[in-house]
Design a protein around this ligand. Sequence first.
Ligand SMILES: Nc1ncnc2c1ncn2[C@@H]1O[C@H](COP(=O)(O)OP(=O)(O)O)[C@@H](O)[C@H]1O
Ligand SMILES: [Mg+2]
Length: 246
Amino acid sequence: MTSVMTAALELRGVSAGYGRVAVLHDIDLAVPPYGVLALLGSNGAGKSTLLRVASGRTSPSSGQVLLRGTDVTGRSPERLSRTGLCSVPEGRAVFPNLTVTENLRMWTYRPGVSRKAVEEQAFARFPRLKERRKQLAGRLSGGEQQMLAMTRALTAEPDVLLLDEISMGLAPVVAAELFGLVRQIADDGTPVLLVEQFARTALEIADSVAVMAQGHIRVTGTPEEVRDQVLETYLHTDAQPTRLEN
Ligand SMILES: Nc1ncnc2c1ncn2[C@@H]1O[C@H](COP(=O)(O)OP(=O)(O)O)[C@@H](O)[C@H]1O
Ligand SMILES: [Mg+2]
């Protein structure tokens, strides 16, 4: 069944690195057209590099990137975001000295889309942002800043949404709330590639899981299939919050 559906995003035999340092080794990964694929792995495993390649910010040394079956290897991030791929990179991608509303306005450059429509969509999805609309983005909580960053990505109505460690630095309860919103985004029809170190919560909302270590995909499957292996092999179960380990 899965094999006849074109992946929203696919990496085929991708290797990449920085200068002479090889980071990704022959990566095959397909983001299904529906749902959440969680990409887990410890710090330094190569998750962000994989997202950089997928979003056109780093060129692979070999292999291909396909967006809905079309080879987009080597396309610029700007062109990719226009063709349907949006990513929220690590760290909070908002303008701290602009208000929530001003941040939203900065992103409404799409032809044929009104500011008002963008605001209404954003506030309907994230009511918290409506309450805070006159506040400077830099004064929002970490979770609210991530909501704003996700709103920007969703404004482009992407075919696939890439999220890099949106839970970074957040309390587990706030991370869980954000993951709930991610689940909702996927249920509304946008497939999500969710990169995370918070394995436990990510497993709860994911439809499929891939685990990376040292630039390789080590494990793939449904959360049920991989859960025990992931938690035993890749987790420090005594750490709070629970994080993946090498
Ligand atoms: N800009 C860079 N220049 C050189 N090496 C980098 C750069 N970014 C990341 N790396 C290296 O690539 C490896 C993978 O990093 P990264 O993709 O950020 O992993 P993760 O997101 O899983 O923590 C690490 O060894 C890291 O030091
Ligand atoms: Mg990273």
